[in-house]
Design a protein around this ligand. Structure first.
Ligand code: J2J
Length: 529
């Protein structure tokens, strides 16, 4: 948590206002109960109904034993119940742990165990996968299902007829745990407070021009930090606007929804933006996209060629967003000139976002040079949840978060992302910690050593290549065999390597560590050859 002198300053500056998520929903539903808050297919939920549903669900969750401070792993796709669940948990002061729909037994089991979760709230079947089968991995957490519950507790049975009488959490407390893309063996969890997060939401809503007339389309998973807060669904609720949920992000779902619901703003990762652009470009006369004012693109680097296609193809403004669930978010501004919007990843939200760009020895690089980005500020965490040893490496002694991103700051203060110093693969915005996948690979009987690196990819930006040294005397493993092995271990599909290279030994660095740099160079040589 922030040292007192910082907390005091952030309050004095008006960043931390003492408002909680519960306060946010209450004030909006009091002010305009009949306005539509959420659209999910045929369902339309007003602010008043959302508030009522969240309070009644808080009652039911309380009845089955969920208490203030308890952790609850939430894995829901983009459906209306998501909002009932998170606002019910906020009302109780219980902490949602935001899993993604793509997570499987390995991740869900870890989140539940690491946070000692009391409950796991998921869906029935989504994209062909039966999420109820994850209950075994989540145990001893109680499994609650939105949809057909099978042998579990049905979410729909937990809406009580009366509101519970509960104490209220304070804004300085941790409100939820968000996920980190991470670069180490196990995923890290990010504790965000009401105060710090709501500051980023309010400021983002303002930067992105949200008003009560805004219609925000959630195409990316609603629990991801981008979709949640930049300005995302919470920004839309803050502004008194409307959220439209897309069950799937493909053009055939999204483009007609934009037309039908008169969507004004939405967000995509670069490969998704490309898919939408290509779909629109291929249509002689497509859906009416004239309501769309802003397309936000972030999560991975957007090439300037694709960036330049956005305005002419979609007839809206592009906004680049460079953010992270740990805190810092940068935006190009809506009135920035094209040169800035096409070629930079924006500038920070807050005047109190402190930026340091340093070399490998933590020395500041000359102005305009590329270096590793360190940051500290009113909505950037000071430490991961239950990760004391890792925190000593991930943060400087004076509290700066080591983002692992290599950036350059222009004279005008805008950042350009140049690369990455962390052992992470960014597969079209989905982050993969190399070490996590390596640890799973190492459990295969034919694998002696493993190293996972990024391979450049025209569509996703990066894909994953696993380098493997086979165990002596064993046949080298094949890619299908390794993929099956990781799948059986319950690893999310996006983390499963796309390629395999078998080597007799790994190149090593001066201190004897596996040199991923040389592995990447070897891959480039192979691709050229
Ligand atoms: C290059 N790399 C980027 C960009 C994120 C808004 C938008 C995105 C995220 C997000 C988010 C990038 N260009 N425009 O939380 O609120 C890479 C960086 C960064 C990491 C964070 C938000 N935008 N990245 O992507 O926690 O490497 O958050 O450190 O998933 O994504 O990933 P994540």
């Amino acid at each position: 948590m922030w040292p007192e002198e910082f907390a005091r300053r952030y309050r004095e500056q008006g960043y931390w206002t003492g408002q909680t998520f519960d306060d946010l929903l209450r004030s909006r539903s009091d002010a305009h109960p009949d306005r539509i808050a959420v659209v999910d297919g045929e369902r339309r939920v007003t602010y008043g109904e959302l508030r009522d549903r969240a309070l009644r669900l808080a009652g039911g969750l309380h009845r089955i034993g969920v208490r203030r401070g308890d952790r609850v792993v939430v894995q829901l796709p983009n459906r209306a119940e998501y909002f009932d669940v998170v606002f019910a948990l906020f009302r109780l002061g219980a902490l949602p742990v935001f899993a993604l729909p793509a997570h499987r037994a390995a991740e869900i089991g870890y989140f539940c165990a690491h946070t000692e979760a009391v409950a796991f709230i998921t869906t029935d079947v989504h994209e062909g996968f039966d999420h109820r089968t994850l209950a075994a991995a989540a145990a001893p957490a109680t499994t609650i299902v939105a949809g057909a519950p099978g042998i579990h507790i049905g979410l729909s049975t937990l809406y009580e007829s009366a509101y519970p009488d509960l104490g209220l959490p304070s804004a300085g407390e941790v409100a939820f745990l968000q996920l980190s893309g991470g670069s180490t063996g196990l995923p890290k969890l990010i504790p965000r407070t009401h105060d710090d997060y709501l500051y980023s939401v309010r400021a983002s809503a303002e930067i992105c021009g949200l008003t009560a007339d805004s219609v925000y389309l959630a195409a990316l998973p609603v629990a991801h930090n981008f979709t949640m807060s930049s300005p995302g669904v919470l920004g839309a609720l803050h502004a008194g606007g409307r959220i439209v949920l897309a069950r799937r992000p493909d053009p055939a779902t999204v483009l007609p929804l934009i037309a039908a619901e008169r969507v004004t703003i939405t967000a995509a990762v670069p490969p998704l933006a490309l898919l939408w652009l290509d779909a629109v470009a291929a249509m002689a006369s497509g859906p009416d996209l004239s309501s769309l004012e802003v397309l936000q693109v972030g999560g991975a680097k957007l090439g300037s060629t694709v960036a330049a296609r956005v305005a002419p193809t979609l007839g809206c403004r592009l906004q680049q967003v460079f953010g992270m669930a740990e805190g810092l978010v940068n935006y190009t501004r809506l009135d920035d000139p094209d040169e800035v919007v096409l070629h930079t990843q924006g500038r920070p939200i807050s005047p109190d976002d402190e930026i340091r760009i340093v070399d490998d020895e933590d020395r500041p690089v000359p102005p305009g040079a590329a270096g590793q980005l360190l940051t500290r500020g009113p909505y950037t965490i000071r430490g991961y949840y239950r990760a004391a040893a890792h925190n000593r490496e991930a943060f400087t002694a004076d509290g700066f978060y080591r983002t692992g991103d290599v950036v350059r700051r222009r004279d005008d203060g805008y950042l350009v992302v140049e690369g990455r110093a962390k052992d992470q693969i960014n597969r079209g915005g989905e982050k993969i910690a190399a070490e996590e996948v390596e640890n799973h690979l190492l459990t295969h009987p034919a694998v002696h050593d493993a190293a996972v690196v990024a391979v450049p990819d025209a569509y996703l930006g990066e894909r994953t290549c696993a380098f493997v040294v086979p165990r002596a005397g064993q046949d080298p493993p094949t890619l299908p065999a390794l993929r099956r092995h990781l799948h059986e271990r319950g690893l999310a599909a996006y983390k499963i390597p796309d390629r395999l290279q078998v080597l007799d030994a790994f190149p090593v660095t001066g201190v004897g560590k596996t040199s991923r740099r040389e592995l990447r160079a070897a891959l480039r040589a192979l691709q050229k050859g």
